[in-house]
Structures are given as structure tokens and as C-alpha cells.
Design a protein around this ligand. Structure first.
Ligand code: DUC
Ligand code: ZN
Ligand code: ZN
Ligand code: ZN
Length: 483
């Protein structure tokens, strides 16, 4: 049984042209004119684009005394409803837990996925077991390792551990990722704020100023440089962090930055002059910033210094957020966004002229497919690629509401916003999963996508070569005794 997407305009990261797309057995088998299919999907007036890839989700993750509320069922339904056809979730060992043990937990949860998925592995502690298991993890098709520089006393790793793990990544041809915030400073500021009686959700933002992120991003970049390895910085939210990434890239380093759709479109005003629930529902790390930082992120997308737009989808219900009444440090950190990433970015980016359609495809799909080493199977409209596609109707509009979303939580941080530009159809490996908002996705249809290591990248521009070069040793002049 073949499917033809007819009368649409194909938009990829570098081309825009009119052609039909023929699909069979989950793959694109033809692109052109005069093709025939058993089923025809009408794409008149629409753009046919690679489905979105969200490289940053936390589904059913044990975190801050609870579990994030969207699992691989509701989370991947939300993804497909919004035109995203693949998610990459973080397998998160609790400190002391083996990586393979954590991976087994994620394997079990992900059997419910409606769209294809992959994992990053988090390194939340350091030891011989972690060192050894990192190799086995790459052999399972996971080529990215995430490190938390914040969440002191829980997930945070120190600089010696970062350096050791980055070195291991270099040996394995894997890419380290960082949540870049200075966890020591956050802990200090949080304690001080609480002692002064600042217990509400707005204090969460005070405890994590942009400098905390800028410092950690700079530090991670330098450590990666000394380890001779590329670096992926998750949820880049501010100019301080973006500036470090820009500088590294201009110096020839492979460093990628990932702003979130939330930071691009929502600002710190959400925490102030708002009731407790409204503010707490938007507590995430890093927090929302002011307009100057938002402008910096948009400039990064159009200039290419920032590479990927993600969500960090980590949704908690209002009841879960209320664990932090009286103490903002107990509010589970995280917001949703999986269903809204593409429509919000199209509305705030393409419709305003801040980014082009081709840049939209690059930052929502193609760039990350290349970074994660799954291009052109994913992130492309090419013969032989998986038919993970979105047929995008630029004229379709809706108002975002929690009442109509796939996510399991009871609110939406974009509630009331009008978006223009929505999927007419979303296809997961050729299977029509969404038609104008009506779901026909299938639980368990999603398959794990293995991502082979990239192999060691050239270290010509890193400090590692110099640091490990033979050094002259002083052979004389050792004092006989004393001084
Ligand atoms: N930030 C969040 O807001 N939630 C999950 C983890 C993180 O780093
Ligand atoms: Zn993070
Ligand atoms: Zn995250
Ligand atoms: Zn199917």
C-alpha cells in the first residue's frame, strides 16, 4: 500500500520546490510529478517538511520527589499533534545507579511511544562502572552524554567528573551535553532568598540569574576544549550563554546551542504580578528571561550561532507544582511544549520574518539530525529517508488551550495564544498519525532509533593536543636539600 502526498510544496533546510512525495513501507520512494499512490493526501496550499525532531524531553522521569506527568504515550501523542515525529529523551540514572540499568527502565517505558524516539544518557555520578558502561551505551546506539552542572546534592557533577567524562566521550566518538548553570551559586542564592523570606515562585528566577548560566557555559566550553571534544549546550536561555557559544564557534570549536521555544516566546513577566499557580507552572531551569535575552536568542537562530529549537518538555500538574508552596526550591522544575513547539515557532518566527521557512526546518529537524548522526534517515525529504513528514498548512489557525491538548497536565504555558500554521497531516514512518488535529496514531508504533557514534572528530583546534604533547623537563638545578 503506497501513499502519495500530492500538490504540496516541499520545504527542506535548503530548498523550496513543488513536487509530490510517494511513500511505501514507511519510507519515501519517490519525489516528483506524475507519481501514483494507493492513497492520496491532498497537500494543496501546504508545505511538506521533515517532521520535527525534539532532542530534549523528559517523559515519566523521576525528578524532585515525583515523576514528570507526560509519559511515552501522552508525550509522543503531543509531539505528533504538533508535527514532531521524533523525540530524544534523557535516560537518567539516579546517582549510584548503573547506566545500563537506567537504560533498561527507559526501554520499558518507551514501548508505548507513538512516534520514533531515541535516548541521551545522563552521567549523574562518576566511577569505574560509569566509565565502563559508557562504551556499552554507545554500542546500544546512544552517542550523547548529558551532564548537570546544577542540582547540587542530586544530579550535579563537579569539574573533575566533567573532565573525565568528556575525555571518555572523546575516546568513544560521542558528544557530551551540558545543563549549564553554576550549581554552587544557585544553592547559595536559594538559601539566602529563603532566609530572607522570599519563598514564592518568583524567587526561583532570582536564584538563577543569567550570569549563573553564562559562567557555567564558559566553563563547560573550556573543559570540552581541554578534553578535545565537541559540546552541545542544552536550553541556552540568555545572551551570557549565547555569547560564550558564539565566541567558541568563531574560534573554530564545534559547540552547539539549543534555545527552547518557551524562552523564545515567554518572558520573566510570567513570574511577577501573577498568582502563585501561574508563576509556579512556569518554574523551570533556566527560568524565563527578559526581552534583551529573547532578542539575543532570535538573533542566534537567524545568524546560525544557535542551532536547534527544543522544548525540554518536562510537564508537571498544578498539584505537583504545589509541593513547593512555602518553599520555591521544592517546586518541580519543568514546563511542557511538545505539542506547541512548531506552531509557536512558525507563528513567532516565520510569520514575523524573523526566520525563513528553510531556517525553520533546519532548527526544528535537520540540524539536530546531523548533530545526532541520524541524517538523512531523519530530518530530510529524500528518497530512502523515513517518511516522518508534516504537511503544514500555513493558513490554519487555532487558540492554544489545555482543554484541547494531548499532554496529561491541567494547564498550558501558552494558554490563549493564537497560532497560525498547523499540521494538516503528520506522518510517522508513513503512518498517518494526525489529520487536522484528529489523532489516528498508534501506541507502540514508535521504534528506537540507534545513533552510531560519530567517531573521534579532528582535535586540531582543541587544546587537548597541546596539553598532551611531550614537554621539556628540567633536568638540572634540583636543590640538594632544603631551600
Ligand atoms: N530543567 C527543568 O526545568 N526541568 C527538567 C530538568 C531541567 O534541567
Ligand atoms: Zn536541564
Ligand atoms: Zn532537560
Ligand atoms: Zn503504523
Amino acid at each position: 500500500m503506497s501513499t502519495l502526498i500530492a500538490n504540496g510544496t516541499i520545504v527542506t533546510a535548503d530548498l523550496t520546490y513543488k513536487a509530490d512525495v510517494l511513500i511505501e513501507d514507511g519510507q519515501i520512494i519517490g519525489i516528483g510529478h506524475g507519481l501514483k499512490g494507493d492513497t492520496v493526501l491532498d497537500a494543496t496550499g501546504c508545505y511538506v517538511m521533515p517532521g520535527g525532531i525534539d532532542p530534549h524531553t523528559h517523559l515519566e522521569m523521576p525528578f524532585m520527589g515525583t515523576y514528570s506527568a507526560d509519559d511515552f504515550d501522552s508525550g509522543t501523542r503531543a509531539a505528533l499533534a504538533g508535527g514532531t515525529t521524533m523525540v530524544v529523551d534523557f535516560a537518567l540514572p539516579s546517582p549510584g545507579q548503573g547506566l545500563l540499568d537506567a537504560l533498561q527502565m527507559w526501554d520499558n517505558k518507551s514501548t508505548r511511544a507513538h512516534c520514533d524516539y531515541s535516548f541521551h544518557m545522563a552521567v549523574t555520578w562518576w566511577g569505574e562502572q560509569v566509565f565502563d558502561e559508557m562504551k556499552a551505551v554507545t554500542e546500544r546506539g546512544i552517542n550523547t552524554f548529558k551532564h548537570f552542572m546544577a542540582y547540587k546534592g542530586a544530579l550535579m557533577v563537579n569539574d573533575d567528573e566533567l573532565f573525565a567524562s568528556f575525555r571518555r566521550c572523546a575516546d568513544l566518538g560521542a558528544i557530551p551535553m551540558v545543563h549549564a548553570e553554576n550549581g554552587d551559586v544557585v544553592a547559595e542564592l536559594s538559601a539566602r532568598l529563603l532566609a530572607e523570606g522570599n519563598t514564592g515562585p518568583e524567587a526561583h528566577a532570582y536564584s538563577r540569574p543569567p550570569q549563573v548560566e553564562g559562567e557555567a557555559t564558559n566553563r563547560a566550553i573550556m573543559i570540552a576544549d581541554m578534553a578535545g571534544v565537541p559540546l552541545y549546550v542544552v536550553h541556552t536561555s540568555c545572551e551570557d550563554s549565547h555569547e560564550a557559544i558564539r565566541r567558541a564557534r568563531m574560534a573554530g570549536k564545534r559547540v552547539w546551542g539549543e534555545p527552547l521555544i518557551q524562552h523564545l516566546t515567554l518572558d520573566e513577566g510570567e513570574y511577577f504580578n501573577a498568582d502563585w499557580d501561574h508563576a509556579a507552572r512556569r518554574v523551570m531551569s533556566p527560568p524565563f528571561r527578559d526581552k534583551r535575552h529573547q532578542d539575543s536568542l532570535w538573533a542566534g537562530l537567524s545568524s546560525g550561532s544557535l542551532s536547534v529549537v527544543a522544548t525540554d518538555h518536562c510537564a508537571f500538574t498544578t498539584a505537583q507544582k504545589r509541593f513547593g508552596v512555602g518553599n520555591f526550591t521544592q517546586i518541580p522544575n519543568g514546563t511542557g511544549g511538545l505539542e506547541d513547539r512548531l506552531p509557536m515557532l512558525w507563528t513567532a518566527g516565520v510569520n514575523t520574518g524573523r526566520i525563513t521557512m528553510n531556517e525553520f526546518v533546519a532548527v526544528t529537524s535537520t540540524n539536530i539530525a546531523k548533530i545526532l548522526n541520524i541524517y538523512p534517515r531523519k530530518g530530510a525529504v529524500l528518497v530512502g529517508a523515513d517518511a516522518d513528514l508534516v504537511v503544514w498548512d500555513p493558513a490554519a489557525e487555532k487558540v492554544i488551550t489545555a482543554a484541547s491538548q494531548q499532554s496529561a497536565i491541567d494547564y498550558n504555558v501558552f494558554e490563549g495564544k493564537t497560532v497560525k500554521g498547523l499540521p494538516r497531516f503528520t506522518l510517522s514512518r508513513g503512518h498517518v498519525a494526525v489529520t487536522e488535529g484528529r489523532m489516528s496514531s498508534a501506541e507502540g508504533h514508535g521504534k528506537f532509533v540507534a545513533r552510531p557514534p560519530k567517531g573521534p572528530v579532528s582535535q586540531a583546534l582543541s587544546a587537548w593536543k597541546e596539553l598532551t604533547a611531550p614537554r621539556p623537563v628540567q633536568r638540572s638545578g634540583i636543590p640538594a636539600s632544603g631551600v
